[in-house]
Design a protein around this ligand. Structure first.
Ligand code: NAD
Length: 499
């Protein structure tokens, strides 16, 4: 049985802990590896190693730090097919989608290549008589990232790409469900010239997360995962005096106005609702047609498109999507399908019985579609995170905006229309962090910033872009003068006002 171990001080590290977790092959239902779960002394060793390496790394000039990022990008590109196959085998997303997971992470690395520019401070000459003011953005020290299973390449790169470029040393605690790619990325960072100890990978579950949150040497924690745990991480980390950003779950709405191009909507919607088996925090699991006429027309076009979806092994080049990540997750998603039926929605298309490869014990769920879902249903209020699309009909624009705005989650939202005025009004009013206008999955590019609102994110600073640089650095502001001895200050007891 393959064993996945920690990666500390630039090397594989096997600790004395007997604790392991099984890593499944979602295509077949087999166990394909065991991942070590760290004990407290392994975490302490990783933190000490990071602390020792960080000082020199922060003192390395920013062009040199950037050069490691340039080289890392080349190495990931050279290894992309191998990494995508490994990612797909543990996660279950199809190969082209696994390539996309890597690509979206690499785009943050490209942003991090510009760190000499992004991290430089500000300067005001002559802020007062003979006084100049300048600021610098300094690294925090040792920082950590805790990542979910659904983007095992992109989300670690969101975090360590920017944090390390800024001069921090990093402890990555990846999801124990698909931990191999994060380790491979850390190895490539070392091959790219990163000093040993600046990026360490420690596997584990709640025990290690708690250890990270409580440890005084770790100055900041970035978390992405489900909302209850994000909330917990935010509170516990903040109580220990850390900076914490904690991204949570989602239930994104796609609003379809009567004037929308419905063929475009259907193409975008099936991809955004069912792609990656719905296991994306920016998926579109709720569609909100405005008016019954729009709903009927859309439904008529959606049904054949859903029937055409091909669910198969993640290496099958014809597959649109593969299995969900684990048997437990399959059971959870199917539980929500049962609940939605019990709550009285119309099950238009049942994915539990259709389009599933018959030759496999893998964790497959076919595309499922409900109509007449209403906002009082628990299956609507909660995140399902599977290939299930729920249609909630709205009578007008206001009702549609309010549905998205009032939902407990506020990660992303999309609106389809040909009316620029309505689109502008929607973008201004909706109480959600990332908005797509005729764009189904509005994940912002790396030099902008990613983050939802309400229970989709705790803390006040987003991932990547300049928000990321701010999160991973602290600002120091220097006010200086070099008097020549001729100045007299008659008002030394008065708060300085710069004249
Ligand atoms: P998860 O919350 O189960 O796990 C996330 C991380 O927390 C993992 O590293 C896990 O080991 C750790 N963890 C698990 N239980 C813990 C506990 N009790 N205490 C402390 N740490 C614990 O999430 P997941 O199932 O891996 O990922 C899917 C979730 O992530 C979905 O809710 C999805 O919407 C969300 N997500 C959000 C974003 C975003 O940016 N908002 C992006 C991707 C995924």
């Amino acid at each position: 049985m393959r064993k996945i171990v920690h990666f500390i001080a630039g090397k594989d590290f096997e600790d004395s802990s007997e604790n392991t977790a099984s890593v499944f092959a979602p295509n077949t239902g087999d166990v394909q590896a065991e991942v070590s779960l760290a004990n407290a002394s392994t975490l302490a060793y990783a933190i000490e190693t990071a602390q020792a390496a960080q000082v020199e790394w922060a003192a390395t000039n920013p062009q040199r730090r950037a050069r490691v990022m340039f080289k890392f990008k080349e190495l990931v590109e050279a290894n992309r097919d191998r990494l995508a196959a490994l990612l797909s085998s543990e996660h279950g997303k199809v190969l082209v989608d696994a390539q996309g997971d890597i690509q979206r992470g690499l785009e943050v690395i490209e942003f991090a290549c510009g760190i000499p520019h992004a991290q430089k401070g500000e300067y005001t000459e002559g802020a007062g008589p003979g006084i100049d003011v300048y600021s610098m953005r300094q690294a925090l020290g040792v920082v950590a990232g805790i990542t979910p299973f659904n983007f095992p390449a992109m989300i670690p790169m969101w975090m360590f790409g920017v944090a390390i470029a800024c001069g921090n040393a990093f402890i990555l605690k990846p999801s124990e469900r698909d931990p191999s790619v994060p380790v491979e990325l850390a190895k490539l960072m070392i091959e790219a010239g990163l000093p040993a100890g600046v990026l360490n990978v420690v596997h584990g579950n709640k025990e290690v997360v708690d250890g990270i949150l409580d440890h005084q040497t770790i100055k900041a924690v970035s978390f992405v995962g489900s909302s209850d745990i994000a909330n917990y991480v935010y509170e516990r980390g903040a109580r220990a005096g850390k900076r914490v950003q904690a991204m949570g779950g989602a239930k994104n709405h796609g609003i379809v106005m009567p004037d929308a191009d419905l063929d475009q909507v259907v193409t975008d919607l099936v991809g955004a609702a069912y792609g990656s088996a719905g296991e994306r925090c920016m998926a579109l699991p709720v569609v909100v047609p405005v008016g019954d006429e729009t709903a009927e027309k859309l439904k008529a076009k959606l049904i054949p498109a859903i029937k055409d979806i091909m669910v198969s092994h993640s290496e099958d080049p014809n597959a649109h999507y593969g299995p969900v990540v684990t048997a437990a997750h399959k059971e959870r998603v199917e539980g929500y399908i049962d609940l939605c039926i019990e709550e009285g929605a119309e099950l238009v298309y049942d994915g539990r019985t259709s389009q599933i490869p018959s030759d496999s014990q893998g964790y497959f769920i076919g595309p499922t579609f409900f109509d007449h879902v209403t906002k009082d249903m628990r299956s609507y209020q909660e995140e399902i995170f599977g290939p299930v699309l729920q249609m909630v009909r709205a009578k007008d624009f206001n009702e549609a905006v309010n549905l998205a705005s009032d939902h407990q989650y506020g990660n992303g939202v999309a609106m389809y229309t040909r009316n620029g005025h309505a689109a502008r009004e929607f973008a201004q009013r909706v109480n959600v962090g990332m908005v797509g206008i005729n764009v189904p999955i509005p994940v912002p590019v790396a030099y902008h910033t990613f983050g939802g609102w309400k229970r989709s994110a705790f803390g006040d600073t987003n991932q990547h872009g300049m928000e990321g640089v701010k999160f991973w650095t602290k600002v120091k502001t220097i006010t200086q003068r070099w008097p020549d001895g001729s100045d007299t200050n008659d008002n030394a007891f008065v708060i300085p006002t710069m004249g």
